[in-house]
Design a binder for this molecule. Structure first.
Ligand code: PLP
Length: 425
């Protein structure tokens, strides 16, 4: 029976039962974590053979003769650019393979816009105000970057095709202080949505008041399919921007963080001729070059896009049961109560969950007290402020299945209890 149809006395009876159940969860002394989208230990083990690719007796010369032990080649060895070019569907000549983190490259490019300006445009630090479009729910670390520069973040609602394009087109056409948008276009963090072709083309084609408007196209989950027969694939923003006569409008990002070893992977940016030339000039001031040994290690282990795909299938085999467990437990626990909706993604790392208005913070708080750490409520919104306090990001990959089951039992109980509390208030 839907909770909203219950009488006060029925809700009170239910509340007492839920409080008893909640107390029994608390008594177990659990310590479980569904907060961050980290691979589990068994996933990390898949890439350990990569560490044996380079030993003291290995050939450490890249295919063009570069000695990977020494300084040089600031934008990545050719074979790493080719590998990331295949993954990112981009001409390797316009791919730079840098360090261990794509987020770091994104931060650096926002910094570049702020301190130097792109391709001769006014640095944002000299403007009275700078704004940014933030599809919500979204990735908290993206929002953290723009917040750190005092950039005003405008939430844009997401639908099943991606961000609300009518709203975006309206805003960017009239306001030249809007300088960019965060996009996770395939298996988005946290909704799992893949942008439709129409969304991609509208982003590429829309008239923008700001000539230095940039789409930060963070395709972090481009190879993270959960099912072989239900793969989604986002249209290429680069081709769409070129065709629209806006070749400099985008920066594409990807990394092997959740392919091999997070924090010890390789990360890349792909862009137009002009943007890449500017990026190389700028990064060349920052460093003599990144870790070519790690680039070589990755290429020898992964080889090419087919090699990446083969590894990703092994990841999927490990995490698919976790996503299915979450979907099943949400459906069984909350399918008929009328107090929650959630996504059933076919790729990526997250499930996006919405409870009744005004319950997300309370749900996360209850879970925490029962020993289950969730991503903080509000984290999926700019400034950590979810105006309706509904959204919670569920990250199922890190805990082993048995722990995930326990954590989800607690979570479902907390969602119900928070809903009853709000309905009785
Ligand atoms: N982008 C998105 C959308 C992510 O979800 C994550 C990690 O969760 C990252 C980037 C981090 O990538 P990296 O490890 O390459 O910095």
């Amino acid at each position: 029976m839907s909770y909203v149809d219950m009488s006060t006395s029925e809700l009170e009876t239910l509340k007492a039962a839920l409080e008893t159940e909640y107390a029994s969860h608390c008594a177990k002394g659990l310590s479980l974590n569904m907060a961050r989208g980290k691979p589990g230990c068994d996933q990390l083990a898949l890439s350990l053979p990569m560490l044996d690719e380079l030993t003291s007796s290995s050939d450490l010369i890249a295919e063009d003769g570069t000695d990977c032990r020494n300084y040089g080649v600031m934008d990545g060895i050719a074979e790493a650019k080719r590998l990331m070019g295949e993954v990112m569907e981009h001409d390797p000549a316009n791919v730079c393979v840098f360090g261990n983190s794509s987020l770091n490259i994104m931060f650096d490019l926002v910094t570049a816009g702020y301190t130097h300006g792109y391709l001769g445009s006014t640095p944002w630090c000299k403007l009275p105000e700078v704004k940014w479009l933030c599809p919500v729910p979204g990735y908290d670390r993206h929002f953290g970057i723009t917040e750190s520069y005092g950039i005003e973040m405008i939430p844009i609602s997401m639908n099943e095709n991606g961000p609300d394009m009518d709203e975006i087109e309206r805003l960017v056409a009239e306001d030249d202080s809007i300088k960019g948008i965060w996009c996770v276009p395939q298996y988005a963090n946290p909704t799992g949505i893949t942008y439709s072709d129409e969304t991609v083309h509208r982003l590429a084609e829309m008239p923008c008041a700001a000539s230095d408007f940039r789409i930060f196209w963070d395709n972090a989950y481009c190879v993270h399919h959960l099912y072989d027969d239900e793969r989604e694939h986002v249209a290429d923003i680069a081709a769409a921007c070129e065709a629209a006569g806006n070749p400099n409008r985008y920066f594409k990002f990807a990394s092997t963080s959740k392919v091999t070893l997070p924090g010890a992977g390789i990360a890349a940016v792909a862009a137009s001729d002009e943007n890449i030339a500017e990026i190389k000039a700028r990064v060349g001031v920052q460093t003599v070059g990144y870790d070519k040994m790690n680039q070589l290690r990755h290429v020898r282990f992964l080889k090419d896009a087919a090699g990446v795909d083969a590894l990703m299938k092994k990841h999927a085999a490990i995490i698919r049961p976790k996503f299915e467990l979450v979907a099943r437990m949400l459906e069984e626990g909350l399918g008929n109560e009328g107090i929650a909706t959630w996504t059933n993604p076919v790729g990526g790392y997250f499930v996006s969950f919405d409870g009744l208005e005004g319950t997300a913070k309370r749900t996360v708080e209850l879970a925490k007290k029962a020993g289950v750490t969730m991503t903080g409520a509000g984290a999926t919104w700019p400034y950590k402020q979810d105006p309706r306090d509904t959204n919670i990001r569920i990250a199922p990959t890190l805990p082993p299945l048995s722990e995930l089951q326990q954590a989800m039992e607690v979570f479902v109980c907390c969602v119900k209890l928070a809903a009853v509390e709000v309905l009785l208030a």
